[in-house]
Design a binder for this molecule. Sequence first.
Ligand code: SF4
Length: 110
Amino acid sequence: MKEQEQIIEGVEKDRLAEVEQEIRHRLERYLDGTSYRFNPDAAVVEEVIKGLAIRRLKTGHEYCPCRVVTGNEEKDKKIVCPCDYHKKEIKHKGRCYCGLLVGPDYRAEG
Ligand code: SF4
């Protein structure tokens, strides 16, 4: 519990930054084999990766920060990033639910 509180309060900032880097690199390797890329809005990418890092530090898994973790392992493994839903979402909306990953035709909003 104490560990969680420390993470939430940002005491473990160095560890958080390290985990963010690991996640970014892992996702870059994933993207290399696809036609997808990170959202051109770097602030969105930073925010979502930070959310993923916090979830990993809290739960041990890189669960999507935009979705509810149910506690049911079978259901929850579908929302480990990149989740089971991102391909369909990118196909229909140009971006995944969180906006972290976008398709080749994605144009930034605004
Ligand atoms: S919605 Fe996007 S950020 Fe969330 S898990 Fe799926 S691919 Fe990752």
